[in-house]
Design a protein around this ligand. Structure first.
Ligand SMILES: Cc1cc2nc3c(=O)[nH]c(=O)nc-3n(C[C@H](O)[C@H](O)[C@H](O)COP(=O)(O)O)c2cc1C
Length: 209
């Protein structure tokens, strides 16, 4: 029941009041993101936490001038791998096996199957797949933020190429996917704050077969 209450409380906040989110709440949300499921457990994305006001000011104009970018205390940028490479895939398996005290031979068949399938695809196809994993984490972040009573705005309304340039993501082999400002709702100035949450009725949305 708690999760449904959290989900009803949250909304894509249009105006934030500038109050900073305490670091422990940001860390909680980041931990929830880190614990998200991903295909083959590759976690093919990283999170950049933007707190520098100057950097936020640079991002705002390439994000449709959305005020949450500069009024949020923390702006999370979900940046996916630009490709699945053997180095990246092998690195994940090596680390996981070390952490579990397992010999690499335990996962060799599965790892080789992944290498064959990903290296046959284009970088663009692999980035698209990696970006989907980042969206799963975005969903987790929305729930975790709401549970912490932290407001947030999931955002695709920005120019990814321009954001990649500002954050120098290309040199890290990353591409921005989605952005999540964290802050507190502006109770007086946000036109959406008291609006009813509207969703497709269950009977049109769910089919039991
Ligand atoms: C991937 C994604 C991108 C979105 N991009 C924006 C955005 O750029 N700006 C914004 O104000 N809202 C954005 N939204 C918010 C949606 O419009 C909002 O989630 C939807 O209308 C449902 O409303 P609620 O989240 O307030 O319940 C985005 C949501 C998602 C999931």
């Amino acid at each position: 029941m708690q999760v449904l209450e959290n989900l009803n409380w949250r909304y894509a906040t249009k105006s934030m009041n500038g109050t900073p989110v305490p670091q422990e709440k940001v860390d909680y949300i980041l931990d929830a993101i880190r614990l998200s499921a991903s295909s083959s457990g590759l976690q093919p994305y990283e999170i950049l936490v933007i707190t520098d006001q100057e950097v936020k000011e640079k991002i705002k104009p390439i994000a449709w001038n959305q005020s949450q970018i500069t009024d949020a205390s923390h702006v999370l940028v979900f940046a996916a791998w630009d490709n699945y490479t053997p180095e990246r895939i092998n690195g994940v398996f090596k680390y996981n096996n070390e952490q579990r005290n397992l010999p690499d031979s335990v996962t060799d068949d599965y790892r080789n199957m992944l290498l064959t399938s990903y290296t046959a695809k284009t970088a663009e196809e692999n980035f698209t797949h990696a970006a989907k994993q980042a969206y799963i984490a975005l969903g987790t972040a929305l729930i975790a933020a709401a549970e912490q009573e932290v407001d947030s705005t999931p955002m695709e309304g920005f120019d990814p190429a321009a954001l990649d340039e500002i954050l120098d993501l290309k040199s890290k082999g990353l591409r921005s996917v989605v952005v999540l400002p964290l802050g507190y709702r502006n109770e007086e100035g946000d036109w959406l704050v008291n609006m009813k949450k509207v969703r497709t009725p269950k009977e049109k949305f769910v089919t039991v077969v």
